[in-house]
Design a protein around this ligand. Structure first.
Ligand code: ATP
Ligand code: MG
Length: 781
């Protein structure tokens, strides 16, 4: 043990070795909080704790995996693999499966992802004949989610005076009724959404003292990372498990609390001492991650927040270079600058692409950077957005898997009852749903007993339903004995999906085939990993549980190859990269226009920037653009107020446009007319030579010098390529659209220019289509 403790400083060792009572490690970014948790677990294992007596909760699955690997390196894999370690959602879904009968579920319950729950809400709003503008499914979903995170069930909602008298309620008087229906339909479908996993765990522990007691004695030590971002439901689960025995250690940083929109409550960590008597607090002050300059810049920023625990964070690393500030005329130019800067650092400073991350405030910003990187052949990976498991063909296959495990799963059934086509149309489905609602049974029950529930369909349709039922029953039966890989193969073949997708090699089908192949690879990998951990039978339900809990950070397709990482700042929490570009530092973007109405919202946005900057180990670049396309219009964007919060002595500002240490544009409103015409030049495809581009004309010295250097690297980049970027207005990759004929879908690619501009759309019902923008009839939703 002495050996590995030497890899910690004195304060970290103290925190690791104190196990006599509750403890809290509160410390700034990069100071080794996660490292303390990791080493504490290793120490507990060495001192005789059995791995299954330790519960460690992380914010992402990826963090759990990394921690497990590290612990395996310290004490060996056999011990590490038997720890209870994972996100709140993954750990407690396991516990719920084991105790499902106590709360009215079976252990095969389905987990609805966010799009499943939105689709269910949509259908409820429609069934009730309500206006879907007033009861917008995404807003209703957020309201329900907030209620669940505050542990308010539909019944409790009715009794909650504050909620019932709120503005939100008077505007949408049927919200409670929708919530109640949603609740009932999930229950009937044997499904839980993400928030239910936390809510039902609380209900399980509250109502079943014997179950709580059992887990209290199993989890003899509880550890939680990123505690500042726990919500009430999570906080209460931890409290129920650990308060009595007090063997708990949580780590966090109030300055990095960035999830209040999901109900996270910073006071959970601030008040911890009151809840756990005798709780000892440890502070870590040395940052091991970043250069001195980055640490000082981040400190100078976060000091501007009034609400915070003051900390002295310092670094003994090299001083490093100043944080570079890049200012661009437009969002497209920003993409260009960043891509070029990456190429430059890659070729002259010996970095690999894995060393770079581009962090943005919203997913929609990724498109421009994707274009810019693609043009320069820079490989990248994007986290978040449309994940692999959301692709149409994958969701279809997964829906069959879900039915094989739980045939009552309404969303899965609706999705594939007529895919591949078997003559069961929308009208029949509508009747099945109506019948289910009327008799308060699942759609599957209606299909199994159509006569009992008086399903009004003709004998031809009854025959088709009967065949569908036999198909699914066949899968259910096979699934009882086969393991995940075997049953997956059977399902893909017998369902008809194989024939549908593998029968021809059209371009469209090839990518679907590859995706399905990739899914099979994923199952195989999952099975062999689980076998390595000593499990013999790996069931489909285990695999489904694993994939349904993927988070923003888990959508990586292959972690081994050399690629630039792109993700939102929220998803970057806990991670580190040698070089970080934080982009879009403009008012109404960062801080977001939705988070400017109060000082506390601004403070949260400031913390978000603190998180972004502190991801950087060696270099950090901040960029902003003077204009940006928003809602199809070029819009003037003043630089973010946060740029002014950072002490200028840590910044390298664009020199020609700055006088002294001023942020260009910060003290003046950009001249809007100028930018409009500038943007229109991009749009006009007949505009002549390169020099007509303002960004070339501007001769912005700092940027220009790098521009000149890299223009030789990228001499093939043409202005016509630049123009195509803007010719599509507000449509971006990942945008959701509604098409007159094909229904709803997600934009997956944009190509061509001017009249030839094409948008590739993955439609929910009909698969991928290329649409010529000029003729396409759709609206962005
Ligand atoms: P964040 O607040 O961003 O989650 P953190 O406080 O959890 O950060 P860690 O990720 O644990 O910090 O540590 C930051 C980096 O510093 C990691 O690369 C870690 O391995 C390294 N580190 C931490 N402590 C030490 C130490 N005593 N010696 C060497 N490296 C260390
Ligand atoms: Mg950490």
């Amino acid at each position: 043990m002495e050996n590995f403790l030497q890899e910690l400083n004195k304060s970290q060792q103290d925190a690791v070795l104190y196990n006599e009572g509750p403890s809290l490690v509160i410390a700034g970014a990069g100071s080794g909080k996660t490292r303390v948790l990791t080493y504490k677990i290793a120490t507990l294992l060495e001192s005789g704790y059995a791995p299954y007596n330790i519960l460690a909760l992380t914010f992402t699955n990826k963090a759990a995996r990394e921690m497990k690997e590290r612990i395996a390196g310290l004490v060996g894999l056999p011990l590490a693999s038997r720890l209870w370690m994972g996100t709140f959602h993954s750990v407690f879904s396991r516990i719920l499966r084991a105790n499902a009968d106590r709360i009215g579920f079976t252990s095969d319950f389905t987990i609805y992802d966010s799009s499943d729950s939105r689709s269910l809400i949509k259908s409820i709003v429609k069934d009730k004949g309500l206006d879907d503008k007033l009861y917008k499914p995404s807003s209703v979903q957020a309201i329900i989610s907030n209620a669940k995170n505050a542990l308010i069930t539909p019944a409790a909602y009715l009794l909650n005076k504050e909620l019932m008298e709120s503005d939100m309620y008077s505007k949408r008087p049927l919200i409670q009724e929708i919530y109640q229906t949603y609740w009932n339909r999930c229950l009937r479908a044997g499904a839980m959404d993400f928030d239910d996993l936390l809510l039902y765990t609380n209900i399980l522990f509250r109502d079943h003292a014997d179950v709580l007691e059992r887990y209290r004695s199993i989890f003899r030590f509880v550890l939680v990372d990123e505690y500042q971002d726990t919500n009430f439901a999570q906080h209460l689960i931890v409290r129920q498990l650990a308060r009595e025995h007090g063997r708990i250690c949580v780590v966090g940083d109030d300055a990095q609390s960035i999830y209040s929109f999901r109900g996270a409550n910073i006071s959970n960590i601030l008040n911890l001492k009151d809840e756990y008597p005798g709780c000892r607090t440890f502070k870590l002050e040395q940052n091991y991650r970043s250069t001195r300059n980055i640490v000082s810049a981040a400190n100078s920023l976060i000091e501007k927040n009034k609400e915070q625990i003051r900390k002295n964070v310092y670094s003994e690393n090299a001083e490093g270079s100043k944080i570079e500030v890049l200012n661009a005329y437009s969002d497209y130019e920003e993409g260009y600058f960043v891509a070029n800067r990456i190429l430059e650092m890659h070729s002259s400073d010996g970095y690999v692409f894995n060393d770079f991350a581009i962090l943005y405030r919203t997913n929609a910003q990724s498109r421009i950077f994707e274009e810019a990187l693609r043009k320069r052949s820079i490989p990248y990976r994007i986290y978040g957005g449309l994940s692999f498991y959301q692709r149409k063909e994958i969701k279809d296959v997964i829906s069959y898997f879900r039915l094989a495990v739980n045939p009552h799963d309404e969303e899965a059934l609706k999705r594939i009852i007529n895919y591949p086509a078997r003559g069961i149309g929308d009208t029949t489905l509508g009747k099945i749903i109506e019948c289910g609602v009327k008799h308060d049974v699942s759609l599957w029950q209606v299909i199994v007993s159509p006569l009992e529930y008086a399903l009004p369909v003709n004998s031809g349709t009854l025959g088709k339903l009967q065949k569908f039922r036999e198909l699914i029953e066949d899968f259910i039966e096979e699934n009882r004995s086969l393991d995940a890989m075997e049953i997956a193969e059977i399902i893909i073949r017998r369902s008809g999906i194989f024939k549908e997708i593998f029968s021809d090699r059209s371009v469209e089908n090839i990518s679907r085939q590859e995706n399905i192949q990739e899914l099979m690879n994923g199952i195989q990998e999952y099975c062999s990993n689980r076998r390595e951990e000593g499990n013999e039978h790996i069931s489909l339900v285990d695999f489904l549980a694993e994939i349904s809990l993927a988070t923003d950070q888990d959508t990586e397709e292959d972690g081994t190859s050399d690629k630039v990482t792109m993700m939102t700042v929220h998803a970057s929490k806990g991670l580190e990269f040698k070089n970080v570009f934080v982009v879009g530092l403009e008012e109404d973007l960062f801080p977001s226009s939705l988070s400017k109405s109060s000082e506390s919202e601004i403070e949260e946005e400031r913390r978000l920037l603190y998180v972004a900057i502190t991801r950087a180990e060696e270099n950090c670049v901040l960029s902003y653009a003077a204009t940006r396309y928003r809602n199809g219009q070029p819009t003037a964007m003043p630089p973010s107020r946060f740029l002014k919060d950072i002490d200028p002595c840590y910044l390298k500002l664009p020199s020609a446009l700055s006088s002294g240490n001023k942020i260009p544009g910060l003290d003046r409103e950009p001249h809007f007319g100028k930018y409009t015409s500038h943007a229109s030049i991009y749009r006009n495809k007949t505009t002549g030579s390169r020099s007509s581009f303002p960004m070339w004309d501007a001769e912005m010295s700092a940027s220009t010098s790098s521009l000149k250097k890299v223009s030789s690297l990228v001499s093939s980049s043409t202005e016509s390529e630049e123009r195509t970027l803007t010719s599509i207005g507000n449509i971006s990759v990942n945008a959701r659209i509604r098409h007159d004929r094909f229904g709803e879908g997600t934009v997956v690619e944009i190509s061509g220019e001017g009249d030839n501009c094409k948008v590739g759309v993955e439609f929910d019902q009909v698969g991928k289509k290329q649409l010529l923008l000029k003729f396409a009839k759709f609206t962005v939703i």
